[in-house]
Design a protein. Structure first.
Lengths: 107, 147
């Protein structure tokens, strides 16, 4: 259902610099409001949570509701104080998860 | 995402009521309850928090939003969370963003569905417990909630 997330993050940063991280994941974000041709409600299935950590420490997270558009775009920020790994995880209603990792190196 | 237990307001003092954000709505989709749950009856300030959305959304399926809070984002003074609510969608919850000092900047962007012209509300909770509110009206020409 969801394809690999796409992330735009800088590869390097100066110590103390605040960088912008842009993320996009393909997902229908089925709200549970739509009906199929037979008139039955299509069950809800959305990405319900997004979490970002840097070297294991929480940076940013988002709980998403059906009011978030299909193919959720989430942009957030990170103050870089050391070289490390930005790990991102998208969690779907049923528990399936999608992940991406970006390395950011201190200049 | 949001707990749907009934909020018992009986214990709140009347003094708090004048500073609670109360929506003047023809129909309430549950947004008022969600606001009350977030604020817990606490006074709400204006300023610091901005919610930016287009005035007119041509397509209600995807309308950009930006929330930003003026905060130093240090361990002593940072934004904990920002809740975004839609007053005219089938359900009021849109998103809840969690920040930490490591965010560096309390700003998040996303895209939301709008079923019709309505007010969108943002509420921010700071590390010292203070709460701020911002809202904006978005006119929608083609609704986007699949209805």
């Amino acid at each position: 259902m969801a394809t690999k997330p796409r992330v735009k993050a800088p590869k390097t940063a100066n110590a103390g610099e605040v960088v912008t991280i842009k993320t996009l994941i393909s997902h229908p974000m089925e709200s549970g409001q739509r009906k199929d041709e037979a008139g039955n409600l299509i069950p809800r299935n959305i990405i319900k949570r997004f979490e970002a950590t840097f070297n294991g420490k929480p940076v940013f997270a988002a709980d998403l509701a059906p009011s978030i558009s299909a193919n959720p775009y989430i942009e957030f920020h990170l103050r870089v104080t050391e070289t490390g790994e930005l790990k991102m995880i998208w969690i779907e209603d049923g528990g399936a998860t999608f992940e991406d990792t970006q390395t950011i190196t201190l200049k | 995402m949001l707990n749907r237990r009934e909020l018992v307001l009986g214990g709140l003092g009347l003094v708090a009521l004048t500073s609670l954000p109360t929506l003047a709505l023809a129909q309430d989709n549950g947004a008022q309850k969600a606001i009350d749950k977030f604020t817990g009856g606490k006074a709400v300030g204006e300023g610091k928090l901005t919610l930016t959305m287009p005035e007119i959304a041509e397509n209600g399926n995807t309308v950009p939003l930006t929330i930003k809070v003026d905060s130093p984002m240090t361990d002593a003074d940072y934004v904990k969370e920002v809740l975004v609510l839609a007053t005219g969608n089938p359900s009021p919850e849109v998103a809840r963003f969690e920040f930490s000092p490591a965010s560096g900047l309390a700003q998040a962007d996303a895209r939301m569905r709008l079923a019709k012209t309505q007010d969108v509300i943002a509420l921010a909770r700071m590390s010292d417990g203070s709460i701020y509110k911002a809202s904006t009206t978005v006119k929608v020409t083609i609704g986007g909630c699949g209805g």
